[in-house]
Design a protein. Structure first.
Length: 322
């Protein structure tokens, strides 16, 4: 997919700030990875998995520092304002750099405040349904939704959340009217879905697997390019006639703009080596995640591509958050 010039400009601007040479002794002290989420979620788990093995590669401790709040902006701002010396990194996500800039009126940071270091993971979304929904795939869902207006609802975790945006992507691609029911947390949303009070939800692969296998929920479609080996009976949306429904959450390390190029390159090589370790690969596979080995420029281009994907969804919504 060609990348739009205005998005590539942001990545290119960040890349031009990567200059200088690294101190030959780097790293001389612990490296900190800021996670802009609370402990326990996939982003936090991924940062700790990578950090543990990265410490072995670098010969220095790697400390994970959770700074949740403000839709990942609290942690991102802390890293954007940190010294550009390679000792403070951000485990960024789609929200941090692909969707937040499209939705929030005021941002405490810009894309150009960061330089891409390494992709750490890509995960698709799984559309799950309560067993009472009389369809077996996304094509059947579209037909049913059109013939039964008002019978279906999505559980979503608030305006601008990933669930909200993927819901909107399906509404746009399939031309169906399935309203959202907002929830303050994934726990209440899951409880109501399992009880049948709401009928649909876009979930992470790792969360969807046990519920689909147990029969608590049905898997109707996955937003990946190919079927997941963890859910071989769940078709892709492409197979259901909705090729527009390809979407992933990305996770990756970013550094403050101006971090020496040699440090960024060393980190990129080390992270890519860590991600190829069998024990790390097994953890990624178990969570339905994929982590292609990209160099910093390729990772920046991936961010631009994903931002463009979400821009096509967000702009028609005219969603402006404070």
């Amino acid at each position: 997919m060609p990348f739009p010039r205005k998005l590539l400009y942001s990545v290119a601007a960040a890349a031009t700030l990567v200059h200088g040479t690294a101190n030959a002794a780097w790293p001389e002290r612990p490296v900190r990875i800021v996670v802009p989420y609370a402990p326990g979620g996939f982003t936090d788990v991924l940062a700790r998995l990578v950090g543990t093995k990265l410490a072995e590669k670098l010969g220095q401790p790697v400390v994970v520092d959770n700074k949740p709040g403000a839709s990942t902006m609290l942690g991102a701002e802390a890293v954007a304002r940190a010294p550009a010396d390679g000792y403070t990194l951000l485990m960024a996500t789609t929200s941090t750099l692909s969707t937040n800039p499209l939705m929030f009126r005021k941002m405490p940071y810009k894309t150009a405040d960061f330089v891409p270091v390494a992709l750490a993971g890509l995960t698709p979304f799984v559309l799950v349904a309560h067993p009472s929904v009389p369809v077996k795939d996304a094509a059947g869902l579209v037909s049913y939704a059109r013939g039964n207006p008002g019978r279906l609802n999505f559980a979503m975790l608030g305006p601008g959340s990933s669930t909200h945006l993927v819901d909107e992507m399906l509404r746009s691609a399939a031309k169906v009217d399935i309203p959202d029911v907002p929830y303050k947390g994934s726990g209440p949303a899951s409880n109501d879905l399992l009880a049948g009070h709401v009928q649909l939800n876009f979930d992470a692969v790792s969360t969807a697997i046990p519920r689909i296998r147990s029969g608590q929920l049905k898997g109707l479609g996955i937003t990946s390019d190919t079927r997941s080996p963890l859910l071989p009976n769940v078709p892709t949306f492409k197979e259901s006639g909705l090729p527009q429904m390809v979407a992933y959450s990305w996770y990756g390390l970013m550094a403050p703009a101006g971090t020496p190029a040699a440090v960024v390159e060393q980190l990129n090589r080390s992270v890519n080596e860590v991600l190829r370790l069998p024990e790390i690969q097994a953890q990624l596979d178990a969570n339905g995640a994929n982590a292609p080995a990209l160099d910093p420029r390729q990772f920046g281009a991936l961010i631009a591509e994903h931002t463009h994907t979400w821009e096509r969804i967000v702009k028609p919504m005219n969603l402006q958050l404070d």
